[in-house]
Design a protein around this ligand. Structure first.
Ligand SMILES: [Zn+2]
Length: 280
Protein backbone atom coordinates (compact mmCIF):
# COMPACT_ATOMS: atom_id res chain seq x y z
CA UNK A 1 0.00 0.00 0.00
CA UNK A 2 2.74 2.39 1.08
CA UNK A 3 4.53 1.70 -2.17
CA UNK A 4 1.61 3.00 -4.22
CA UNK A 5 0.22 5.80 -2.05
CA UNK A 6 3.50 7.29 -0.87
CA UNK A 7 5.69 5.92 -3.62
CA UNK A 8 7.99 4.43 -1.02
CA UNK A 9 9.73 1.11 -0.89
CA UNK A 10 10.58 -0.17 2.58
CA UNK A 11 13.52 -2.54 2.90
CA UNK A 12 14.95 -4.27 5.99
CA UNK A 13 17.45 -2.17 7.91
CA UNK A 14 19.07 -4.24 10.65
CA UNK A 15 21.41 -7.21 10.90
CA UNK A 16 21.79 -7.41 7.14
CA UNK A 17 23.82 -10.15 5.49
CA UNK A 18 25.15 -10.12 1.93
CA UNK A 19 22.13 -12.21 0.90
CA UNK A 20 19.83 -9.47 2.29
CA UNK A 21 21.83 -6.76 0.51
CA UNK A 22 21.49 -8.73 -2.72
CA UNK A 23 17.69 -8.64 -2.35
CA UNK A 24 17.87 -4.91 -1.50
CA UNK A 25 20.02 -4.29 -4.57
CA UNK A 26 17.58 -6.07 -6.88
CA UNK A 27 14.58 -4.24 -5.35
CA UNK A 28 16.33 -0.88 -5.62
CA UNK A 29 17.22 -1.51 -9.27
CA UNK A 30 13.53 -2.07 -10.04
CA UNK A 31 12.17 0.74 -7.86
CA UNK A 32 14.81 3.35 -8.85
CA UNK A 33 14.44 5.63 -5.80
CA UNK A 34 15.12 9.36 -6.02
CA UNK A 35 16.07 9.45 -2.34
CA UNK A 36 17.60 6.82 -0.09
CA UNK A 37 16.62 7.22 3.55
CA UNK A 38 17.79 4.79 6.20
CA UNK A 39 19.92 3.85 9.16
CA UNK A 40 23.50 5.00 8.67
CA UNK A 41 24.77 1.46 9.27
CA UNK A 42 22.34 -0.10 6.78
CA UNK A 43 23.09 2.41 4.01
CA UNK A 44 26.84 2.31 4.59
CA UNK A 45 26.68 -1.51 4.58
CA UNK A 46 24.64 -1.42 1.35
CA UNK A 47 27.18 0.88 -0.31
CA UNK A 48 29.99 -1.39 0.86
CA UNK A 49 28.17 -4.41 -0.62
CA UNK A 50 27.73 -2.60 -3.95
CA UNK A 51 31.40 -1.60 -4.00
CA UNK A 52 32.78 -5.01 -2.97
CA UNK A 53 30.60 -6.92 -5.41
CA UNK A 54 31.16 -4.46 -8.26
CA UNK A 55 27.44 -3.91 -8.71
CA UNK A 56 26.48 -1.04 -10.96
CA UNK A 57 24.21 1.73 -9.71
CA UNK A 58 25.59 4.50 -11.88
CA UNK A 59 22.35 4.78 -13.90
CA UNK A 60 20.11 5.20 -10.81
CA UNK A 61 21.26 8.77 -10.17
CA UNK A 62 19.49 9.40 -6.81
CA UNK A 63 19.32 13.02 -5.71
CA UNK A 64 20.10 12.53 -2.04
CA UNK A 65 21.07 9.96 0.57
CA UNK A 66 19.65 10.66 4.05
CA UNK A 67 21.26 8.74 6.89
CA UNK A 68 19.95 8.77 10.42
CA UNK A 69 19.77 6.96 13.76
CA UNK A 70 23.57 7.10 14.05
CA UNK A 71 26.30 9.62 13.26
CA UNK A 72 27.67 9.65 9.74
CA UNK A 73 31.43 9.26 9.89
CA UNK A 74 33.70 10.70 7.21
CA UNK A 75 34.65 7.32 5.75
CA UNK A 76 30.96 6.34 5.46
CA UNK A 77 30.07 9.66 3.84
CA UNK A 78 32.93 9.32 1.35
CA UNK A 79 31.86 5.80 0.39
CA UNK A 80 28.16 6.69 0.04
CA UNK A 81 29.01 9.71 -2.13
CA UNK A 82 31.27 7.69 -4.38
CA UNK A 83 28.84 4.75 -4.75
CA UNK A 84 25.63 6.75 -5.29
CA UNK A 85 27.20 9.86 -6.87
CA UNK A 86 25.02 12.34 -4.95
CA UNK A 87 25.10 14.46 -1.77
CA UNK A 88 24.77 12.66 1.57
CA UNK A 89 23.18 14.16 4.65
CA UNK A 90 22.63 13.04 8.23
CA UNK A 91 19.72 13.65 10.59
CA UNK A 92 20.31 13.72 14.32
CA UNK A 93 17.29 12.85 16.43
CA UNK A 94 15.48 10.36 18.61
CA UNK A 95 12.09 8.74 18.71
CA UNK A 96 11.22 10.73 21.85
CA UNK A 97 11.86 14.29 20.60
CA UNK A 98 12.00 13.86 16.81
CA UNK A 99 14.48 15.47 14.44
CA UNK A 100 16.91 17.61 16.38
CA UNK A 101 19.31 18.70 13.64
CA UNK A 102 20.19 17.95 10.03
CA UNK A 103 23.15 18.69 7.79
CA UNK A 104 22.47 21.34 5.11
CA UNK A 105 24.05 21.24 1.63
CA UNK A 106 26.83 23.49 2.93
CA UNK A 107 27.74 20.99 5.63
CA UNK A 108 26.36 22.64 8.80
CA UNK A 109 24.33 20.69 11.33
CA UNK A 110 21.36 23.10 11.68
CA UNK A 111 19.18 22.73 14.77
CA UNK A 112 15.41 22.39 14.40
CA UNK A 113 14.79 25.50 16.55
CA UNK A 114 11.22 25.91 15.31
CA UNK A 115 10.17 22.91 17.39
CA UNK A 116 12.89 22.40 19.98
CA UNK A 117 15.06 24.24 22.45
CA UNK A 118 18.50 22.66 22.38
CA UNK A 119 21.10 23.44 25.06
CA UNK A 120 24.28 21.91 26.37
CA UNK A 121 25.20 21.06 29.91
CA UNK A 122 28.77 21.03 31.11
CA UNK A 123 28.42 21.92 34.77
CA UNK A 124 31.27 19.67 35.81
CA UNK A 125 33.55 20.85 33.03
CA UNK A 126 33.97 17.21 32.07
CA UNK A 127 34.51 18.05 28.46
CA UNK A 128 37.07 20.79 28.86
CA UNK A 129 34.67 23.78 28.91
CA UNK A 130 34.45 25.91 25.74
CA UNK A 131 30.67 25.34 25.72
CA UNK A 132 31.10 21.66 24.90
CA UNK A 133 28.67 19.58 26.90
CA UNK A 134 25.95 16.99 26.95
CA UNK A 135 23.07 17.91 24.64
CA UNK A 136 19.74 18.67 26.34
CA UNK A 137 16.49 18.97 24.42
CA UNK A 138 13.19 20.62 25.38
CA UNK A 139 10.19 20.10 23.11
CA UNK A 140 8.24 23.31 22.34
CA UNK A 141 5.13 21.78 20.84
CA UNK A 142 2.18 21.09 23.10
CA UNK A 143 2.01 17.39 23.62
CA UNK A 144 0.58 15.38 26.51
CA UNK A 145 4.14 14.54 27.55
CA UNK A 146 6.61 17.37 27.04
CA UNK A 147 10.30 16.64 27.37
CA UNK A 148 12.20 19.19 29.42
CA UNK A 149 15.98 19.26 29.18
CA UNK A 150 15.93 15.68 28.02
CA UNK A 151 19.46 14.27 28.25
CA UNK A 152 20.55 12.92 24.90
CA UNK A 153 23.72 11.22 26.12
CA UNK A 154 25.63 12.89 23.25
CA UNK A 155 28.29 15.54 23.50
CA UNK A 156 28.53 18.64 21.31
CA UNK A 157 28.58 22.44 21.16
CA UNK A 158 25.92 24.88 19.96
CA UNK A 159 26.93 27.91 17.92
CA UNK A 160 25.16 30.67 16.00
CA UNK A 161 24.69 29.89 12.33
CA UNK A 162 27.04 31.92 10.14
CA UNK A 163 26.44 29.23 7.51
CA UNK A 164 26.84 30.21 3.86
CA UNK A 165 23.57 28.40 2.98
CA UNK A 166 21.63 31.36 4.45
CA UNK A 167 19.74 29.47 7.16
CA UNK A 168 19.88 31.38 10.44
CA UNK A 169 19.12 28.32 12.58
CA UNK A 170 21.81 27.59 15.16
CA UNK A 171 24.29 24.85 14.37
CA UNK A 172 25.66 21.94 16.29
CA UNK A 173 29.44 21.83 16.30
CA UNK A 174 32.12 19.56 17.71
CA UNK A 175 29.68 16.71 17.69
CA UNK A 176 31.83 14.30 19.59
CA UNK A 177 29.63 11.25 20.05
CA UNK A 178 28.05 9.48 22.98
CA UNK A 179 29.10 10.56 26.46
CA UNK A 180 30.38 7.03 27.11
CA UNK A 181 32.49 6.97 23.94
CA UNK A 182 34.69 9.90 24.81
CA UNK A 183 38.02 9.27 26.44
CA UNK A 184 39.76 12.01 28.38
CA UNK A 185 43.53 11.66 28.51
CA UNK A 186 45.46 12.48 31.68
CA UNK A 187 46.49 15.84 30.23
CA UNK A 188 42.81 16.66 29.57
CA UNK A 189 42.57 16.03 25.82
CA UNK A 190 39.36 14.53 24.46
CA UNK A 191 39.63 11.50 22.23
CA UNK A 192 36.29 11.23 20.43
CA UNK A 193 35.13 8.43 18.09
CA UNK A 194 36.12 10.76 15.24
CA UNK A 195 39.77 10.40 16.24
CA UNK A 196 39.46 6.66 15.51
CA UNK A 197 37.66 7.32 12.23
CA UNK A 198 40.42 9.62 11.07
CA UNK A 199 43.06 7.12 12.19
CA UNK A 200 41.43 4.24 10.34
CA UNK A 201 40.88 6.41 7.25
CA UNK A 202 44.63 6.70 6.82
CA UNK A 203 45.22 5.07 3.42
CA UNK A 204 47.69 2.45 4.58
CA UNK A 205 45.58 1.51 7.60
CA UNK A 206 42.30 1.46 5.61
CA UNK A 207 43.91 -0.88 3.08
CA UNK A 208 44.71 -3.43 5.78
CA UNK A 209 41.56 -3.46 7.95
CA UNK A 210 37.89 -3.90 7.14
CA UNK A 211 36.42 -3.07 10.52
CA UNK A 212 37.56 -2.10 13.98
CA UNK A 213 36.24 -1.65 17.50
CA UNK A 214 38.03 0.16 20.30
CA UNK A 215 37.52 -0.97 23.88
CA UNK A 216 38.66 1.27 26.74
CA UNK A 217 39.17 -1.29 29.44
CA UNK A 218 38.40 -0.97 33.10
CA UNK A 219 42.10 -1.28 34.01
CA UNK A 220 42.91 1.80 31.90
CA UNK A 221 44.37 -0.11 28.96
CA UNK A 222 43.00 -0.28 25.44
CA UNK A 223 42.06 -3.26 23.31
CA UNK A 224 41.36 -2.87 19.59
CA UNK A 225 39.43 -5.56 17.71
CA UNK A 226 40.48 -5.69 14.09
CA UNK A 227 39.05 -7.47 11.07
CA UNK A 228 41.81 -7.83 8.49
CA UNK A 229 41.31 -7.38 4.76
CA UNK A 230 44.24 -9.69 4.11
CA UNK A 231 47.09 -11.15 6.14
CA UNK A 232 49.57 -8.47 5.24
CA UNK A 233 48.84 -6.01 8.03
CA UNK A 234 52.27 -5.62 9.69
CA UNK A 235 52.96 -2.19 8.23
CA UNK A 236 49.48 -0.92 9.12
CA UNK A 237 49.88 -2.30 12.62
CA UNK A 238 53.13 -0.43 13.24
CA UNK A 239 51.64 2.75 11.82
CA UNK A 240 48.67 2.33 14.15
CA UNK A 241 51.04 1.88 17.08
CA UNK A 242 52.81 5.10 16.12
CA UNK A 243 49.51 7.06 16.09
CA UNK A 244 48.59 5.64 19.48
CA UNK A 245 51.98 6.47 20.98
CA UNK A 246 51.51 10.09 19.98
CA UNK A 247 48.03 10.38 21.46
CA UNK A 248 47.94 8.20 24.56
CA UNK A 249 50.12 8.15 27.66
CA UNK A 250 53.09 5.78 27.26
CA UNK A 251 52.13 3.46 30.16
CA UNK A 252 48.76 2.61 28.57
CA UNK A 253 48.96 -0.84 27.02
CA UNK A 254 47.25 -1.32 23.67
CA UNK A 255 46.60 -4.81 22.40
CA UNK A 256 45.33 -5.82 18.98
CA UNK A 257 42.74 -8.56 18.90
CA UNK A 258 42.36 -10.04 15.43
CA UNK A 259 38.86 -11.38 14.88
CA UNK A 260 36.90 -12.75 11.91
CA UNK A 261 33.88 -10.58 12.54
CA UNK A 262 32.63 -7.81 14.81
CA UNK A 263 29.02 -8.37 15.71
CA UNK A 264 26.63 -5.40 15.62
CA UNK A 265 24.45 -4.55 18.62
CA UNK A 266 20.86 -5.84 18.79
CA UNK A 267 19.78 -2.59 17.11
CA UNK A 268 21.96 -3.45 14.12
CA UNK A 269 24.36 -0.56 14.79
CA UNK A 270 28.07 -1.15 14.99
CA UNK A 271 29.54 0.24 18.15
CA UNK A 272 32.87 1.76 17.22
CA UNK A 273 33.93 2.53 20.79
CA UNK A 274 33.08 0.70 23.99
CA UNK A 275 34.07 2.33 27.23
CA UNK A 276 34.00 -0.40 29.87
CA UNK A 277 35.26 2.03 32.50
CA UNK A 278 32.23 4.33 32.08
CA UNK A 279 29.66 1.61 31.59
CA UNK A 280 30.54 -0.17 34.78
ZN1 LIG B 1 23.65 25.75 6.30
Amino acid sequence: MRKYLWNQLILPGINLSDADYKICYESVRKFRPKVFWGFTSALAGFAEYIENNEKDVSDLKPQLVITWAAPLYEHEKKMLMSVFGCPVTNIYGTREVGHIAAICPHGSFHINQENLLVETDDVDGDYGGKDVGEILVTTLENTPMPFIRYRMGDVGRIASSGCSCGRSLQVMKDFLGRTGEIYITRDGRMISPNFWCRTFMNDRIARAFKRFQVIYKRDGNISIKLVRKDNNSHEAESLLKEFLKKNFHSDIKVDFDYVEKIEPQISGKYQMVINEAKNS
